[in-house]
Write a protein that binds this ligand. Structure first.
Ligand SMILES: [Zn+2]
Ligand SMILES: [Zn+2]
Length: 139
C-alpha cells in the first residue's frame, strides 16, 4: 500500500483489511446513509467472526481517512455517507430518511464566522429537518 500513498500524505498507514474494503464497497452501493448496524447485518454472513466493534473500528478508520462521512445521530445511530463531496442533507423527522440535497454549497457561510475571534473554518455542514416527500404525501 505504501506505493499508493503520496509523500504529502500524513495520514497514518493502516493495514489493508478485507472487511474494511467490503464496508466501503457497501456504503458506496447505497445513498441511504446507513448505520453501522446495517453494515453488520449485511456482513456477518460473509465474515462469521465479525463483531459490531470491528465495524465501529473500521468505520472510524474510513472516516479518518476521509473516505466516508458521518452524520451524528447519537453514537450508535450515526449515519454513514460514502459521498464525500460537500453536500447538504434533508433529514425526515418521521421516517429518519437522510437524503442528499442538490443545493449549491454556500461558500459565503464560512466567511461569516469571525476570524477576528480566532476561528479557523475548514468546512460546514447543513441539515434540514422536516418531512421527506413520501411522508409529506401521507401527512
Ligand atoms: Zn420520511
Ligand atoms: Zn449524504
Amino acid at each position: 500500500m505504501a506505493e499508493n500513498r503520496k509523500k504529502s500524505d500524513k495520514r497514518p498507514p493502516y493495514r489493508r483489511s478485507k472487511q474494511r474494503e467490503r464496508i466501503l464497497a457497501l456504503l458506496r452501493s447505497t445513498d441511504t446513509h446507513p448505520t453501522a448496524n446495517w453494515l453488520f447485518g449485511r456482513l456477518k454472513k460473509e465474515f462469521p467472526n465479525l463483531s459490531i466493534g470491528t465495524i465501529y473500528r473500521n468505520v472510524g478508520i474510513l472516516v479518518h481517512q476521509g473516505l466516508i462521512g458521518r452524520i451524528a445521530f447519537g453514537s450508535t445511530f450515526d449515519r454513514l455517507d460514502a459521498n464525500v463531496t460537500e453536500h447538504y442533507h434533508f433529514i425526515c423527522e418521521r421516517c429518519d430518511a437522510v437524503i442528499d440535497l442538490k443545493l449549491p454549497v454556500q461558500r459565503g457561510l464560512d466567511k461569516q464566522v469571525p476570524t477576528s475571534e480566532g476561528f479557523q473554518v475548514h468546512r460546514h455542514a447543513v441539515e434540514f429537518y422536516g418531512l421527506c416527500p413520501k411522508c409529506a404525501k401521507k401527512a
